[in-house]
Design a protein around this ligand. Sequence first.
Ligand code: MLT
Length: 272
Amino acid sequence: MNDKYIPGPNGIFYRKSGAGPAVILLHGFPASGILWHNIGEELSASFTVIIPDLPGSGNSPLNTETNISDMAGMVNAIMDHEGIEKAVIAGHSMGGYVALAFAGLYPEKIAGLSLVHSSTEADDEDKKKTRRKSIDLIKNGGKDLFISQMIPNLFSPAFKQSHPLIVKHQVEQSLEMEARGMINFYNAMLTRPDSTELLVNAHFPLQWISGFDDNIIPNKKILGKCHTSGINFVSFYNNCGHMSMLEAPEKLTKDLKDFINYSYHHQQDYHE
Ligand code: MLT
């Protein structure tokens, strides 16, 4: 993977590898592009893979407060910088919210949109309240406590039991994130608009990856939405929570490959 950086007030770090049709992998909260590393390596055998660190995570600075659509603008800046006209965008959870904002702003640049444990719905009032409480906790020095309680909850009970070291490693990775960046991500998610309407007229295929044991984006939420769009690839994973890139990496790699290949080879389906 080659490390790249676009400087400036909206400076962003990303990794690039492989050649061929482009796929952009967007990470969730509280993570960085590193979470996509292994899947990105696999995909780069067939595709150009771009993995950004969203602002305030990994190697990307947080220069000013950034909302979800600002982050979509940063993804667009990477595409422009790399001369990429169209990409499949796969977003994990918060990364999916950014991917949806991107699809709203630059629909002609999307070859396919993959929502990996993500949702088109905005936060409801209860969720907003919980996020505000978490922001207060983080502001008051509770960041590490918050992370060490939150991260294990992202995995299925079976995976937690069988792979405690992977869960521990993920806690350690997330602890590296600064409080300021975490608060920015939480505020960005809290204020994002609902994107469900976007699915009705989408001129690109959609993919939905959902874990039966996901505590963050419950499976039943996806069931109600995943046939709204014209073409949908839907995969429900057994014994999997919110983290299929760690819990079921081979299955996720295969599903992404199938979807990316479809997205690039069936574009005429939308223009007939
Ligand atoms: C994520 O995994 O990106 C976040 O937990 C999503 C969310 O809180 O809505």
